[in-house]
Design a protein around this ligand. Sequence first.
Ligand SMILES: NC(=O)c1ccc[n+]([C@@H]2O[C@H](COP(=O)([O-])OP(=O)(O)OC[C@H]3O[C@@H](n4cnc5c(N)ncnc54)[C@H](O)[C@@H]3O)[C@@H](O)[C@H]2O)c1
Length: 433
Amino acid sequence: MEKINVAPANGKLGVLCIGMGAVTSTFMVGTLMSRKGLSTPVGSLTQLATLRVGKGDQKQFKKFGEVVPLAQLDDIVFGGWDIFPDTAYESAIHAEVLKEKDINPVREELEAIKPMPAVFDHRFVKRLNGTHVKKQATRWELAAEVREDIRRFKEENNCDRIVVIWAASTEIYVPLSKEAHMDLASLEKAMKEDDTTNIAPSMCYAYAAIAEGCPFIMGAPNLCVDMPAMWEFSKKMNAPISGKDFKTGQTMMKTVLAPALKTRMLGLNGWFSTNILGNRDGEVLDDPENFKTKEVSKLSVIETILDGKEYPELYGDIYHKVRINYYPPRNDDKEGWDNLDIFGWMNYHMQIKVDFLCKDSILAAPLLLDLVLLSDLAKRAGKSGIQTWLSFYLKSPMHDLEHKPVHDLFEQFAMLKNEIRRMGGYEADQEVD
Ligand SMILES: NC(=O)c1ccc[n+]([C@@H]2O[C@H](COP(=O)([O-])OP(=O)(O)OC[C@H]3O[C@@H](n4cnc5c(N)ncnc54)[C@H](O)[C@@H]3O)[C@@H](O)[C@H]2O)c1
């Protein structure tokens, strides 16, 4: 077995969040509260789960952090960017996800987290008008400024390493461009020529993070790093990248239910998913151009699990529809309904209904923590490019042009565990725990 050398997690880990809204502030509050022993990081595998390593009488169950060297919560230093100057404290209060009594014990730390001015272009998020934004002329100069921000933050906070994660608003759909996205030289050319059609603001952050050799995670459905040019760059700069779109509520349920149907060889005629959501994310997604980005990400899930070519009699003709409705009274308390029209023995029709009353940011926060810690681990293990083993956390997992994404939550979980086993010096396996 080839041994993977993983550098120890010495020193401070800077976690730079792009977008300091509901998800980011909930992530920050929960992490700071947990490290003070005032809360429990529920939903985080890196903090709570055990992993079986070894087989037979060698079998042991260990915490993730006992198998591989993970950064400690105490070593995290938060920073970020937003188009509004609110501190993380103001943002957490404004988001109304958490109660003040759960925020106030870490108020001072949150007040010290002040966003840096953002790279923003109103055309990409038409429902927002930012004031706290960078003024540089071109996309190239904007990326250079973000690189400066990363270096300055690292030095001022005495960080050993930095991870950059996007949890900002979903941008409008940017289709893959032959001219700008297929290789690094074309991407850089487009940035220098200030091609504001093909180069979204998110790409300036991603380019900057990768240029600094930092892991980059795309938590929204933006194309951003999902292109050959960024894959090439991330390999060149030894930066692990992952994305896209945190897999939290409805899609998480989808990737649990769809494998159940397939395992039992039950058929599917249609899957209708609708949501009501009243936070700022919901408002942004109310714009058809921004919703398109989310729709593409959400729609990709079913057809790879329930493959119509493999099983035409069961999945050859599926009608799949996804809707998101902005409904302010609910704020962050999303309600997601799913209706599945399924069929069984002799094609007899049945239905499954799911009503998931969830809290979007509560589900997302532990994913950010795990993605940040595992991306930092990947970097220390010498990994670069697309991190498919992190697909477990993502709605529309990145993959290169030769591979298909894995959507099934349980297959994704096996990939995640095996990669951690490998990095911990154990053999990857398919044993039943
Ligand atoms: N919560 C979930 O379950 C979930 C799941 C998957 C994906 N997401 C995605 O995560 C993102 C964040 O969600 P949220 O609920 O925190 O939204 P939010 O609207 O509360 O926060 C987004 C923040 O990003 C800022 N922003 C917008 N454009 C920016 C830019 N170019 N640079 C820096 N900051 C910018 C906004 O000002 C806002 O503060 C969204 O894209 C959402 O689609 C959320």
